[in-house]
Write a protein that binds this ligand. Structure first.
Ligand code: PBG
Length: 331
């Protein structure tokens, strides 16, 4: 028989039983850390599946309310709304139409699901005919003219009753401009979650299907961040906090865990991470092929994002993950 090793430390001792493992577990997911994105379109009784995102739908306002009620029943207490307007133009004016899908959904949710936190995405790409995040001048996105449009959109969302606005455009100076405009209109209690470090990512592909927002020409490299940069993310976050962001977001999530960690360590601020469409669809597709276990991969990726430092996670898995967490409680 092998004589026992004389070991002072045997880490396996604490991995023996479910109860022991639960005692020493450092990171635990909780459904109230999830924010569920919803895509709101025109019409009634519309529930149109997004081909590249199994389980995700474009929803009319009535169906949006229904899903928000379901999410709340699952324990998810925040939604992030994206809009699919009927008409688009080259300056994205539908982004501040008070009768558009997002403001209409905000009003409906605030009445029908009063316990739900309602966050709105503020960007022009869903509203411009060319699919870019801003106003085009001389082949480039005109920063300051675009900011003026984003401000109009944020104000329209606040007027409808949004608790929080989330600018995702990556224009310079938009957080300060939105903060000033909201304050000037008495919306000093409406918070701002800025997409502070948003990378120019290949993982947004399925979203552009869902939101019908793929650019007709060119790409987003002139405003979204280069994937090779980390210090630049810290500068972006620093600027947004100085401009008045209440929550800073890193996006995508899993490929940028180092950024989440550095931002949380450096700024010790409420930090969000967006597990984007491509991250979701990769897990869904692999699972549909029988190549990975969906629930394990879903919960492991969300745990990693939370462990890296994200206080909250925007994820299309929000409801499924919440149900899995509730099901697995005590295991
Ligand atoms: C822009 C926006 C995008 C996403 C959220 N807001 C797309 C883009 O920048 O092209 C992507 C989200 C996802 O992939 O899930 N309004």
């Amino acid at each position: 028989m092998t004589p026992p090793l004389q070991l002072a430390r045997r880490p396996r001792r604490l991995r023996r039983t479910p109860a022991l493992r639960a005692l020493v577990r450092e990171t635990r997911l909780s459904p109230d850390r999830f924010i569920l994105p919803l895509f709101v379109c025109e019409g009634a009784n519309v529930r149109r599946p997004v081909g590249s995102m199994p389980g995700v739908f474009q929803l009319s306002v009535d169906e949006t309310v229904r899903d928000a009620e379901g999410a709340l029943a699952d324990g998810v207490r925040a939604v992030l709304l994206f809009g699919l307007p009927r008409d688009k133009d080259d300056i994205g004016s539908a982004a501040y139409d008070a009768t558009g899908p997002v403001p209409t959904a905000v009003r409906a949710l605030r009445t029908a699901v009063p316990d739900m936190l309602v966050v709105t995405d503020v960007c022009l790409c869903e509203y411009t005919s060319h699919g870019h995040c801003g106003i085009i001048a001389d082949g480039d996105i005109a920063n300051d003219a675009t900011v003026a449009q984003l401000v109009r959109s944020a104000v329209a969302h606040a007027e409808a009753g949004a608790h929080m606005v989330a600018p995702s455009d990556m224009m310079d100076g938009r957080v300060a401009a939105i903060r000033h405009a909201l304050d000037a209109r008495g919306f000093d209690q409406v918070s701002i979650m800025s997409y502070a470090a948003k990378y120019c990512s290949g993982f947004y592909g399925p979203f552009r299907d869902a939101a019908d927002s793929a650019p007709l020409f060119g790409d987003r490299r002139s405003h979204q961040m280069d994937p090779g940069n980390a210090e630049e993310a810290l500068r972006e976050v620093e600027i947004d906090i100085a401009e008045g962001a209440d929550i800073v977001m890193i996006k995508p999530a899993l490929p940028y865990l180092d950024i989440i960690w550095r931002v949380k360590e450096r700024f010790a601020c409420p930090t969000a991470a967006y597990q984007v469409s491509g991250e979701y669809s990769m897990i869904k597709a692999a699972a549909q092929n029988g190549w990975i276990e969906e629930e394990r991969a879903m919960l492991e990726s969300l745990t990693a994002i939370h462990r890296a430092g994200a206080d909250m996670i925007i994820t299309y898995f929000a409801r499924e993950a919440a149900r899995a967490i509730n099901r697995n409680a005590g295991r």
